[in-house]
Design a protein around this ligand. Structure first.
Ligand code: C5P
Length: 252
């Protein structure tokens, strides 16, 4: 049974402070996007669409030129539009590869920024989709106490307005997985909503939820951390060089 993936890599990486798109930043000698693509290939994904910043399209295309299972497409102005663009190209890629794409084919949508995601997490999502669930996201329980805030008396100081029961919360990671029918419908509706109202979803499952669809949760991993800031990059690099630490996290 076939599986496809979209790897989102069209972000600017401003918060990382690098002078290049975040996905091209090297982590122990390999770029984040190469590591993320390899991560989904390791579990046997048949075809992958990578979203790339328009400004660096050629660089991304060159990077994956020798691999016919990877198609690079230009990203949009926001993540939702990047994924929408990628999904539009999926039937053509499946046709070119001669791999079936039907209503229940699992589609993974994965952030290049989560390039250390273990195979166990990705397989957990695929297995749940093959078991019949239509939208599955990996997540971890929240360990910090969570507060709701409002504007404070002076700039830079907020006021606590309430507390959320953290046992009800989950920190969501990627890859988020969907049946093809579910995600193509959700993104089409999300695209229209974005055009008409400007309302943007920060994740793909949110688009399914907006249509009243069920979304289920599988186990995430601390290794699926999202590399956003310089500190994250240092932590990720340390993790890669500390085999013992990686192994203990892979087991956790
Ligand atoms: O900006 P943020 O870290 O939330 O982005 C999450 C993922 O979405 C990243 O992998 C980034 O490259 C990707 N992205 C994209 N197109 C955009 C913005 C972000 O593919 N326009």
């Amino acid at each position: 049974m076939s599986v496809f993936a979209v790897v989102t890599a069209a972000g600017s990486g401003q918060r990382l402070g690098a002078d290049m798109p975040k996905a091209l930043v090297p982590l122990e000698g390999r770029t984040l996007v190469e590591r993320a693509v390899e991560g989904v290939q390791l579990v046997g994904v048949d075809g992958i669409i990578v979203t790339a910043p328009e400004s660096h399209l050629t660089q991304f295309e060159t990077m994956f030129a020798s691999d016919p299972t990877v198609l690079v497409v230009p990203g949009g102005s926001v993540r939702q539009l990047s994924v929408y663009n990628a999904l539009q190209q999926l039937p053509a890629l499946a046709k070119r590869l001669g791999t079936p794409l039907d209503n229940t084919t699992p589609i993974l949508i994965h952030d290049a920024a989560r390039c250390l995601t273990p195979s166990k997490v990705i397989n957990g999502v695929i297995d749940a989709l093959r078991g019949g669930l239509t939208a599955v996201i990996p997540a971890l329980p929240v360990t910090d106490t969570q507060k709701i805030v409002e504007e404070g008396p002076t700039s830079g100081i907020e006021k606590v307005a309430g507390q959320v029961d953290r046992s009800l919360l989950r920190a969501v990671q990627t890859p988020q997985g969907f049946h093809w029918h579910t995600i193509s419908n959700a993104h089409r509706a999300g695209f229209e909503r974005l055009q008409n109202t400007g309302v943007e979803a920060t994740d793909d499952a949110g688009l399914v939820e907006a249509l009243g669809g069920d979304v289920h949760i599988t186990s995430g991993s601390p290794l699926s951390m999202k590399i956003t800031t310089k500190i994250d990059l240092v932590v990720a690099s340390q993790l890669l060089t500390r085999k013992d630490l990686m192994e203990s996290l892979l087991d956790s």
